[in-house]
Structures are given as structure tokens and as C-alpha cells.
Design a protein around this ligand. Structure first.
Ligand code: ADE
Ligand code: ZN
Length: 335
């Protein structure tokens, strides 16, 4: 089996995927019809043609608009199950999934509707295929601290079912420091926290996420490499970075895959994981990200073993579970 096939067929974890970003145009149209929504796109092809982004904000505008078709518990369940079914084809056995409750509560959808729906889809995938999932609630950083506290208030009755907290949406002009107090409260609640940082924003935002938000992982972090001291720190502390290669190309963070900072990050000894971010919008689930990376960089088997091991090392699960999954990776990548 060649290196690419070995990497594709290996059991793996995905740690950076937004459930709203897995909404395929086909499902969006089906849900619009089911919910009697006048969807502002003429056809599936018309919608797909709109997936031509110049930066993060141009994507987010469409992403939030499309989320409007998600109305009922059944919708969120269908969305979750569709993602997990597709992720399983890439041999994802564990997924830590972001959701953006503020996008939905702002439209009058109850937090409980969103959560119960997502859990219902995940429960089917667990029962049918043994897939493991975690839910990470993301605060929208373009909204205020007060809004984030209100979202946290909505989540409190269900806190046992929320496995972590994150920070996403428009990065530029919305530094992590804006959410220092919210994240302190999340940590008091005993939950791990993560944040998007260094996707479009400067390396200083990664430093803020580490020092002020005290994150366990950095989402993206691809601009870390511009700062030598930060890169050395990330390597020393082995902070995991959830890199999303196709996303970075589609949102013009890098012009082409050959120019991606991924090889430099790996060479610098950073704990890198590969992920799909918003696969419905960016041309591929995790397997396609792996194919694109291998097409550009032709990594050897040892590098792929490290990347795939990192996906489990950085997961929010207990140590015994981690060891079991790491042994599965080794068995697959070493024989
Ligand atoms: N929300 C969904 N995808 C995102 C991304 N790539 N960056 C920031 N916020 C997001
Ligand atoms: Zn993301």
C-alpha cells in the first residue's frame, strides 16, 4: 500500500470541523423545502457557484446565510448524521465538532433544539458505526462579550453535555483578549477551551489565546511560523494546532498548497493535526485534505504517522482511550 493509501485508510480523529460548515447544497435545498423557506439561490449549481471566496469574511457571509435553513431538531440531527456518515468514509473514528449556537438563537431557535438535534445525529452514528463525538460550543467573536456571556448562560443547564468551548468567526479586529472573562468562566466550569487564532490574524493573537484565554489547542495557527519565539514556544509546549489546508487555500490565506506553512510547521516540531474546517464549502472532507497535502508535499510514512497520532494525542478524551487509539494508528502505520 502506498503512503497516501496508508494515511487515508488509517483510523483518525478530526478536531476542527464546524457542523454548520458541513451543510451540503443538496441538504440545504432539501431543508429549505421541508421548512417552506424561500431560499435565495435558484439551484444547487447556483449555490455551489457562489463558493468563490476572497477571504474569511466573504465565506462567513454565505455560511451564516445558509444556516438559516436549519430550523428543527430533525434538521440538526440530519446535518450531524450526514457529516458523520461522510467522515466515516475517511476512517474518522472520533470527531470534536464545533457548533455556533448564537447563529441559531439569534433567529429564534432554542439552544436546546440545536443541542438535542446534534446529539440525536451523533447517537445514531455511535449506535450504527461506533463513532465517538464531542461537542464544542463556539462563541462568535464578531459579537460582543455580553452576547458571549448570554450564550454561555443558555448553555449552562446543559453544561454536562458540552465538552469544550471555542472562539470562531471574523478574526481580524476581534482579538482573543475581548473574551478573556468569558473564557475564564468556561475554564471554571471545568471545560477545555480552544480558539481560532493566526488564521488571518497576526501571531500576536495566538499569543493572546495562549496567555489570556489559556487554550489547550489553537485552531489554524498557520501564521505562527512568522514569529520565531512563538514557534519555539509552541514546539516546546507541544500545543496542538488544528490546521485545515483546503480551507486556507479556499480563503486565500495561502495562494496555493505549495506555499502553505504546513511543512515549516512540521519541521519546527509543532504538534500539527489535519482537519477539514467547513468541508461542504471548501471542496473536501478530511480525506481530500490529506490527498491535497500529499499531492503538494509528498510526506513520508513517518510524517503521516506523526500527523495521525497527533489527532488522537490532542483529543479531549481520557488517557486510556487515547492509548487505545494511538495503538491502532501504530498498528496501521508501522506494519
Ligand atoms: N467559522 C466557520 N469556519 C470558520 C473559519 N475558518 N474561521 C473562523 N470562523 C469560522
Ligand atoms: Zn474553523
Amino acid at each position: 500500500m502506498d503512503v497516501l493509501q496508508r494515511a487515508l485508510s488509517c483510523p483518525k480523529a478530526e478536531l476542527h470541523v464546524h457542523i454548520e460548515g458541513t451543510l451540503e447544497p443538496e441538504l440545504a435545498f432539501a431543508l429549505a423545502q421541508r421548512n417552506n423557506i424561500d431560499f435565495p439561490h435558484a439551484s444547487i449549481e447556483d449555490l455551489r457557484a457562489a463558493y468563490d471566496f476572497s477571504d474569511l469574511q466573504s465565506f462567513l457571509d454565505l455560511y451564516y446565510a445558509c444556516a438559516d435553513v436549519l430550523r428543527t431538531e430533525q434538521d440538526f440531527s440530519d446535518l450531524m448524521l450526514a457529516y458523520l456518515r461522510r467522515a466515516r468514509e475517511d476512517n474518522v473514528i472520533h470527531a470534536e465538532i464545533f457548533f455556533d449556537p448564537q447563529t441559531h438563537t439569534a433567529r429564534g431557535i432554542a439552544f436546546e433544539t440545536v443541542l438535542k438535534g446534534l446529539e440525536a445525529g451523533a447517537a445514531i452514528a455511535k449506535a450504527e458505526w461506533g463513532m465517538s463525538t464531542r461537542l464544542i460550543l463556539c462563541f462568535l467573536r464578531h459579537l460582543s462579550e455580553e452576547d458571549a456571556f448570554a450564550a454561555l448562560e443558555d448553555a449552562l443547564p446543559f453544561i454536562e453535555r458540552i465538552h469544550g468551548f471555542g472562539l470562531d468567526s471574523s478574526e481580524r479586529g476581534h482579538p482573543p483578549s475581548k473574551f478573556e472573562r468569558v473564557f475564564a468562566r468556561c475554564r471554571e466550569l471545568g471545560r477545555p477551551v480552544v480558539a481560532h487564532a493566526g488564521e488571518e490574524g497576526p501571531p500576536a493573537y495566538i499569543v493572546e489565546a495562549l496567555d489570556l484565554l489559556k487554550v489547550s489547542r489553537i485552531d489554524h495557527g498557520v501564521r505562527a511560523i512568522e514569529d520565531v519565539a512563538l514557534t519555539q514556544r509552541l514546539a516546546r509546549e507541544q500545543v496542538a494546532l488544528t490546521v485545515c489546508p483546503l480551507s486556507n487555500i479556499r480563503l486565500c490565506v495561502f495562494k496555493e498548497m505549495q506555499l502553505h506553512s504546513l511543512p515549516k510547521m512540521i519541521t519546527a516540531g509543532l504538534c500539527v493535526t489535519l482537519n477539514s474546517d467547513d468541508p461542504a464549502y471548501f471542496g473536501g472532507y478530511l480525506g481530500n485534505n490529506i490527498r491535497a497535502v500529499q499531492g503538494a508535499f509528498n510526506f513520508d510514512l513517518a510524517t503521516w504517522r506523526t500527523l495521525l497520532r497527533n489527532s488522537f494525542t490532542a483529543a479531549f478524551v481520557n488517557p486510556a482511550q487515547k492509548e487505545d487509539w494511538l495503538a491502532q494508528v501504530d498498528a496501521h502505520m508501522l506494519d
